[in-house]
Design a protein around this ligand. Sequence first.
Ligand code: ZN
Ligand code: ZN
Length: 254
Amino acid sequence: MRTPNRVIILGTAGGRVTTFRLVRRSGGFLVDFDGPKVHVDPGPGAFVYLKEKGIDYREISLIVLSHIHLDHTADVNTLIEACTDGGKRRGLSLVAPKSAVEGMDRVVLPYLMGRLDRVELLEEGRSVEIDGVRIRAIMRHTHHGAETYGLEIGEGVVYLSCARYDRRMLKAYPKNPKLMIINTTFYRKRPGIDHLSVEEVKELIAECRPDLTVLTHFSMEMHQKNPDTVAQELGEELGLNIVAAHDSMEIELK
Ligand SMILES: [Zn+2]
Ligand SMILES: [Zn+2]
């Protein structure tokens, strides 16, 4: 089993305004396994921002989607083209919810499906192993009707994608992971909107106690609150190592 040695967070936007007025970048994040690279949630700009970080698209062997929303998938087709060198290179796989590859709302273009070596569907509790990298769907989230999963990517990298808070998370999410990336869209809880707030994230990480927590996917409200300050205060309160993601941030993992 391979262990991740580096994560590159391309963008930190979450929600309509920060994403689509380009207040912050999007593009998801790359997990580097010192060899195979896994790209998670290639939202708008991923193609450009990867190049900017010096990543050779042909080194990406797996694309993972947490759900179909455009801020998580806009560049998936471009990346399939880039990572397979226009269909000439084999060795790229996809792990995604069924809704991303089948049915009315599919986001992966049908004519590109043949370029993928393997397509594995996420299901709550299911693990798949590709190239020595294990992807596990920790749980299915409630998120505006979209089939959405929280994920473990390799050993100890946990990604809590967009979700309505659910106390089931306290049990389902692993204890003491190396890194937990959490889409912390709001500062204050917003009833009726299926995104996490700082209060809810606090309850969860007090239970999971990751070695490092990275907050990301910020709405305008979080952006204006200054996520660095929010992360610092939360870290002091819980006695945990918590940081706010920055566009283009690199995290080294030991
Ligand atoms: Zn989102
Ligand atoms: Zn979403």
